[in-house]
Design a protein around this ligand. Structure first.
Ligand SMILES: [Fe+2]
Length: 158
């Protein structure tokens, strides 16, 4: 019996490795940083690490896709509860989330299936998806300003 051919037809396939020393993007001076790990142009998915100093508050937002949060370090105040290191949070598509506060210096892994929309009491403030993240990462790697006009306080979600 012949073995099934499992060779990929796409010869462009390759792992994407982000080394530990990849620079963090400072999204709010002295308070918040982000490391873009992966962005997926075909699907709109993206993966990032977030690092917040104690007291940092992320803006209210609406999830335009579902997302997965895993807290690596620290403590995050979310809605009516607290996420501790080791906790996982599934955030469904369409949900509205109020401000999120770092109760301690914190880090979390965020796997997002699409964009996040930020707002304040005056209305929508910014949109964050794989394109914005890719531009920010590329600007940071090139040593340019990575803010790209995106409102700084609106770059983090949980
Ligand atoms: Fe959220």
């Amino acid at each position: 019996m012949a073995l099934q051919n499992i060779e990929p037809l796409n010869d462009q396939l390759a792992d994407i490795i982000v080394r530990a020393d990849e620079p963090w993007i400072e999204t709010e001076p002295g308070k918040a940083w982000m490391k873009v790990l992966w962005t997926g142009p075909e699907t709109g998915r993206w993966v990032a690490l977030f690092r917040w100093k104690k007291g940092y508050t992320a803006a209210p937002h609406k999830h335009l896709s579902d997302a997965h949060t895993y807290v690596l370090k620290g403590k995050l105040k979310v809605r009516d509860g607290v996420l501790d290191a080791g906790d996982y949070d599934y955030e469904p598509n369409g949900v509205l989330h109020g401000a999120t506060v770092a109760l301690e210096d914190s880090e979390y892994l965020f796997v997002c299936e699409g964009p996040v929309l930020f707002y304040d009491e005056n209305g929508l403030t910014s949109y964050l998806g794989w394109e914005e993240l890719t531009r920010m990462r590329d600007a940071a790697k090139a040593g340019r300003d990575a803010s790209l006009g995106v409102r700084v306080t609106a770059r983090s979600a949980v």
